[in-house]
Structure formats: C-alpha cells, structure tokens
Design a protein around this ligand. Structure first.
Ligand code: CO
Length: 297
C-alpha cells in the first residue's frame, strides 16, 4: 500500500493531494553490452528491477566512441512483445525477415510488434559522432503474443508535439495527452510515452490513469517528483518508478530537464523470459526456441 493511501485513510494532515504520484523506487542503469558488443545502460531488465509490468526492458545507449556501438545488433529474433526504439542522435538501419527496411535518424521512433516472431538487425550507419537513444520493450497480453508481426518507423518531423505549459514541451511518441494523439496508439496496454523538455525551474503537472504503471527517466538535468511532503529529487540518468495515482507533479532542476515519461496499463500475467523471447509459460518459451531453430519465424 502506498503512503498516500495510508495518509488518506487515516485522515492525517498531509500536503499531498489525493491521487498524487510519488517515487517508490529510484535506480541507475547497469553498464552492459548487447548485440555484437554495443555498450549500453540497462535500466529496466536488470537485477534491481527485472521488469515493471508491462515494461520488460529499458536500455539507454549514449556514446561518441564508434567502438562502443559500430558492431550494432546483427540478425536476432524476437517473439511475444513489442520493441520501441527512440533515437536522440545518430542513425540506425533496421532490416527484418518480413521485408521491412528502415533508417532511424535523430528524433525518429521505431515501433515493432514482434508478435509470433521476427528476425531483424539494427545496425549503426555512421562511423563518427554520437549514437544516442533508447530501446523499450513493451509486453503483449497472452492473447496477442502470437499475432502477426508489424513494423513501423516514424520520422522525427511526423511525431506530434504539445506545449504542456509555457515552459514545457513534449513529443508525444505514444498515447494521448492534452488532446494530442501520439505517433502510435496501442489498445492492450494503452502506453503513453513522452519525451519532455522543461525549462529551468519549470513546474508542471500531468494527469495519468490511476492504476497505470509509470516511470520517469531524466536523461538531462534533474527533477523534483511529487508534491508536498512526498516530493523527492530524481537525479540525471536515474530511473524513478512512480506510485499509482491520477496526477503527477514535477519541477525541473536549475539547469532544466529532458526526460522520458512512460505509463501503461499493467497486464498482470505471468512472464516467462528467455533472451529475446517473452511468453507466459515455459512451454511457450521452449516452443519459441524450437520454432526459431526450425526457421519458422
Ligand atoms: Co532487436
């Protein structure tokens, strides 16, 4: 039970408004490498936070050293969930075994529903400069895990943005906020994914569905999260997991902030994970391995 609930039911005096979200866990990414040796920070999907239903993984990559990224992610499979890739800098070429090809440039979004199976490669297209972005894995409900694969990429200029206040602007990667429909809308988990830029000291609030899972990741600058007595700082490149609640109060630090805000409806289903396969039972994992080996993706 959250402290805000305790405060409400006991009727004790608190400055925290009803339904206001606060931080329940903060953690830093774990340095690791994946693919053919791409150095990255694993934020969700590590021992400190194995998953955050329905989010299965969040990786951040940020390097100006080509040796840290140039080998990329050669062909590999996925089954049972969606991969969401958002580039801040650099360029990544996607190819898959369904005939899709895409080039993700700075600010572009790729939304891939792996469904019953896809084999793709994600390869950097540059030898100099910065490669920076995120990959988020979003689970599919059991009933949709074997759906047909689907691929979309959305150029930076096609991503809607919204002025939340005079000092705060957001790119609406997914979901709906302030009457603006994002680049992607998904039914089962109804994800909201925002890339927010806030000016120094900007205070702002965001309404969220009461029971959705939500997290914040300030990738530049820091934030105060929550309101009243429950307000706590969240440092740059720390993930903040939020309590349930229908509102969120934020204040950007003295240098301003750029952050990801993600929220989605939890699936509350069992998770069976094996590398790039995420299903609900071990038998389905075994089937995924067999199918991949037999070239049935
Ligand atoms: Co992949």
């Amino acid at each position: 039970m959250s402290t805000s609930t305790i405060n409400r039911s006991s009727g004790s005096a608190t400055a925290e408004p009803r339904g206001s979200r606060h931080l329940t866990q903060t953690l830093q990414g774990m340095a690791t490498s994946d693919g053919a040796g791409v150095k990255l920070s694993r934020i969700i999907g590590q021992p400190g936070l194995p998953d955050l239903d329905p989010f299965l993984m969040l990786d951040a990559f940020n390097s100006d050293d080509p040796d840290a990224y140039i080998a990329g992610f050669p062909p590999h499979p996925h089954r049972g969930f969606e991969t969401v890739t958002y580039m801040l800098a650099g360029a990544m070429r996607h190819r898959d075994n369904k005939g899709n090809v895409g080039l993700l440039g700075p600010g572009a979004l790729q939304w891939m529903t792996a469904g019953r199976g896809i084999v793709h490669s994600e390869m950097p297209e540059q030898r100099d400069g910065l490669m920076r972005g995120f990959q988020l894995w979003l689970n599919l409900p059991a009933r949709d895990k074997m759906c047909a694969p689907h691929y979309r990429d959305i150029a930076a200029e096609e991503i809607p943005s919204v002025q939340l206040t005079k000092e705060v602007r957001a790119k609406v990667l997914a979901g709906r906020i302030a009457g603006v429909r994002g680049a992607v809308e998904r039914e089962a988990t109804a994800p909201l994914l925002l890339d927010i830029v806030a000016e120094p000291g900007a205070m702002f609030g965001i309404g969220l569905p009461l029971d959705d899972t939500a997290f914040l990741y300030p990738y530049e600058g820091e934030l105060m999260v929550g309101s009243g007595n429950a307000a706590k700082p969240l440092e740059q490149e720390w993930l903040g997991v939020l309590s349930k609640g229908d509102s969120l109060s934020l204040k950007a630090g003295a240098a301003g902030a750029r952050l990801l805000l993600a929220a989605a409806r939890p699936l509350q289903e069992p998770i069976a994970k094996y590398g790039p396969f995420v299903m609900t039972t071990e038998a389905e994992i075994k089937q995924a391995i067999d199918d991949f080996r037999a070239d049935r993706f």
